[in-house]
Design a protein around this ligand. Structure first.
Ligand SMILES: *Cc1c(COP(=O)(O)O)cnc(C)c1O
Length: 477
């Protein structure tokens, strides 16, 4: 049989094709405003992705052409300045190159003695510094804050019950662990309770005040009632920027309540941790520096390309005790490639892991934390501007206070529930803009999460123009 490998047969040709591919992606980003935010993939395109496994080799050039024709035009659209749906990061051209360089190195960051591990440690130091946590925290890149919150919860559980619970399981402890978060907390907190085997019924969802922030008085009362009832409260999750409206829980008050009762204080900073890079916004997050652990997303408001979630834990030993094991094939050497005391695989469930730290390192080295923070602050100004214009305009009304960068609003109309839905769908289908729809108090509202560093107030004007046009056309129909 012939000897085979997967390298190019003609490296010069490969080099030319690759340079052209890179140029074309740079063009794509440079001209992002010239295209619709989103386009539905036609059926004939979708059907191309229901094929049997290809058995034969194809020219790389042809596959690149397929990518340009059938993949590139039909993606989510979150690189576009008028994409405001959910909470999506926009990425950056620098991030694109960093991702490519990381793929070239193809480092496995589960462990071992190589520089990628140091780059990840560098990111941990930066996160600790930005959040006001001590430098000896442990940190780990994960897919996203869903996983980061789950890891925080697992460390809190191990801390509450001791390391034996890893082997014996919950039942042997005879304890009922209960956790607390606001009713505006992300659904991944409830899911983390489910995944941990603790049950989402044991997550108490505490009511919020008129700004949709957790009510600290109700939290304290709920914990005390559970203690009296013989439960074991172990964890409070404060949210720094809720997914629905961007509201911020009173982190400092929560930290005090948690400390008084010896509970783990975890912060879901998926959105709001980025605000720590903006001096004007920092005071809103007061108390985050008292957290035992924080989940955050570099891929949202810090625009590191997907995916780049992160968890930081104050007590690095508790973190280690939750995950470390002593598999023979992972044993450590004194020197050489197998050296190093703590490997990333000791801090989470993943063994093989990509080099997410590199694209994060590139972002901070290239832009500097201040510039990333300035983009965050700029989004908040744009959100305020949008809110003020909607308020003044007469066709729409705000449906929640604007704490950061998320504006929830709806049509001023008798039948605004169905109208709000129609407006969002029309904006998507027309490719004009992409806000999303959410439910507030059970009613559909339009939600514009202004996350993109490219979004300007002129874009907000365009957005309002598109909204006005659609609502007027709808009324005429
Ligand atoms: C997005 C988000 C999450 C989930 O993070 P992923 O990175 O999507 O896993 C959790 N909490 C909040 C507040 C979020 O906005």
């Amino acid at each position: 049989m012939d000897v085979v490998d997967l390298d190019p047969t003609d490296w010069d040709e490969f080099r030319n094709l690759s340079h052209a591919a890179l140029d074309s992606m740079i063009d794509h980003l440079q001209t992002i405003r010239e295209r619709p935010v989103w386009r539905q993939a036609p059926d004939e395109v979708r059907n191309r992705f229901r094929n049997p496994i290809p058995r034969e080799s194809r020219d790389f050039r042809e596959v690149l052409t397929d990518f340009n024709s059938f993949v590139r035009p039909y993606v989510t659209g979150n690189t576009h300045p008028l994409f405001m749906g959910w909470v999506h990061g926009a990425g950056t051209p620098v991030g694109m190159i960093a991702e490519m360089l990381a793929a070239g190195l193809n480092a496995n960051c589960g462990g071992r003695n190589h520089i990628a591990i140091d780059v990840e440690r560098q990111a941990t130091l930066w996160v600790a510094e930005a959040l006001g946590l001590p430098a000896d925290c442990s940190g780990l890149f994960v897919t996203g804050s869903s996983m980061a919150n789950f890891i925080g919860l697992l460390v809190a559980r191990t801390r509450a019950l001791g390391v034996d619970v890893r082997r014996s399981g919950m039942l042997a402890t005879g304890r009922r662990l209960v956790a607390y978060a606001s009713c505006e907390a992300h659904q991944c907190i409830g899911q983390a309770m489910e995944l941990a085997g603790l049950g989402s019924d044991n997550l108490r969802l505490i009511a919020t005040d008129s700004s949709r922030a957790l009510r600290a008085d109700l939290l304290a009362a709920a914990i005390d009632a559970d203690i009296s009832a013989g439960c074991t409260p172990f964890l409070v999750v404060g949210t720094a920027g809720t997914v629905n409206t961007g509201s911020i829980d009173p982190l400092d008050a929560i930290a005090t309540i948690a400390r008084e009762r010896n509970l783990w204080f975890h912060v879901d900073g998926a959105i709001g941790a980025a605000a720590m890079l903006a001096p004007d916004l920092q005071p809103l997050m007061k108390g985050i520096e008292r957290a035992d652990s924080v989940a955050l997303d570099f891929h949202k408001w810090m625009h590191v390309p997907y995916d780049a979630g992160f968890v930081i834990v104050r007590d690095s030993r508790a973190h280690l005790r939750t995950f470390a094991s002593d598999a023979a094939y992972l044993s450590r050497a004194e020197t050489g490639l197998a050296a190093g005391e703590v490997w990333p695989c000791d801090l989470g469930p993943d063994l093989s892991r990509g080099f997410r730290a590199l694209k994060t390192w590139f972002a901070f080295e290239t832009f500097g934390a201040d510039r990333i923070g300035a983009c965050v602050a700029q989004n908040c100004v744009a959100a305020r501007y949008l809110a003020d214009r909607l308020d003044a305009g007469g066709l729409f009304e705000l449906r929640a206070p604007v704490a950061l960068n998320i504006v929830c609003f709806g049509a001023r109309s008798e039948n605004s529930d169905s109208l709000n839905r129609r407006i969002v769908e029309a904006l998507h289908v027309g490719g004009h803009a992409a806000p999303s729809l959410t439910l507030l108090d059970g009613r559909p509202v339009i939600r514009a999460a202004i996350v993109n560093h490219r979004t300007t107030t002129a874009d907000i004007d365009d957005f309002i123009g598109a909204l006005d046009k659609i609502i007027t056309a709808d009324a005429a129909a």
